[in-house]
Design a protein around this ligand. Sequence first.
Ligand code: NDP
Length: 248
Amino acid sequence: MSYNPAPNILKDCIILITGAGDGIGRAVSIACARHGATVILLGRTTTKLEAVFDEIIDSGFPEPGIVPMDLATAGLEEISALAEVIDSRYGLLDGLLHNASILGERVPFDHYGIDQWQQVMQVNLNAVFLLTRILLPLLQRSDDSRLLFTSSGVGTTPRAYWGAYSVSKYATEGLAKLLADELANTSSVRVNIINPGATRTAMRAEAYPAEDPTTLKTPEDLLPLYLYLLGPDSQLDHGKTFTSDWLD
Ligand code: NDP
């Protein structure tokens, strides 16, 4: 589908994006700002978030917020404090994109590190639950908000050796579908899943070190789909999974 978002399609929207300092999250953050959103940039490496902040400001887009947060360790207190800051500064959220993830190791199951398993599940699933649980009331204050979860091909078809990453994406899909069902008739929050597919980022290079990255689509190639799913044009979409095929 060919989709050309209107220049100001996200004007005055407040959108929180996790993993905003690099890869897909970085590109989507800048694109949302370009289309008028105030983006709250959440990530674990402050220098990367600052670089995205500078790029947005230098381009003359709305001033973003920066939230340095390590989702491997962030707990109820830290995330509740974030919710309070968003509440006092913006009053609501129009979008939440769960994008940050880690790959973990790809080894036979009986070699999978116990700590590694817990860390991947913490970042990719438990932090997603906690952020959603604490920030949902702010999303519900918006007349038309978006809650977007990020999955992967290994979140619907298991792949040998992918361990906790694959299981965390299955669980992410489950969480998204459960919430979509729960919120369908009781809320204006639209819940969907995106599987970006093979994309030229650091994570992909870690997973497939021998691959020629120039054969892959870039995060920028995905932007129409992300802008659609985070903006008002996806108002009728709920409980669905989108892949980059949508762009064909
Ligand atoms: P990248 O590894 O390029 O970027 C991930 C981002 O998440 C980085 O900014 C990283 O921060 C941040 N992050 C990682 N761990 C934490 C943490 N503990 N706390 C806060 N932030 C953290 O990944 P991609 O852009 O490739 O992936 C984005 C999403 O798309 C992921 O959910 C991934 O599973 C999914 N996906 C990607 C595919 C691909 O081919 N690229 C294919 C299918 C799904 P920092 O930069 O500081 O490390």
